[in-house]
Design a protein around this ligand. Structure first.
Ligand code: FES
Length: 78
């Protein structure tokens, strides 16, 4: 699957680069050019990196805190 449309980079290519030793987002950006044009693929590139076992601190991904479900209470008449 193509991850970066601008540079025509697939998830396989990203995984191959990681297998060859690329282990940071910046390095991947330099080697393959991902997220260096429009930048819309950055999150998808980070997802592939995470799936490939590159730790969060190296792919620049900051996990977002889970949203707390909002609760509504019915007001009862006195
Ligand atoms: S889709 Fe990757 S830089 Fe545009």
């Amino acid at each position: 699957m193509i991850v970066c449309v601008c540079k025509s980079v697939s998830d396989r290519k990203i995984r191959a680069s990681i297998a060859e030793g690329v282990d940071s987002f910046d390095e991947l950006q330099f080697e393959l050019g991902v997220a260096s044009c429009c930048g819309k693929c950055a999150d998808s590139v980070r997802d592939v990196m995470m799936q490939s076992g590159v730790c969060a601190s190296r792919c620049g991904f900051e996990p977002q805190p889970q949203a707390v479900p909002m609760m509504f209470y019915e007001r009862k008449a006195a």
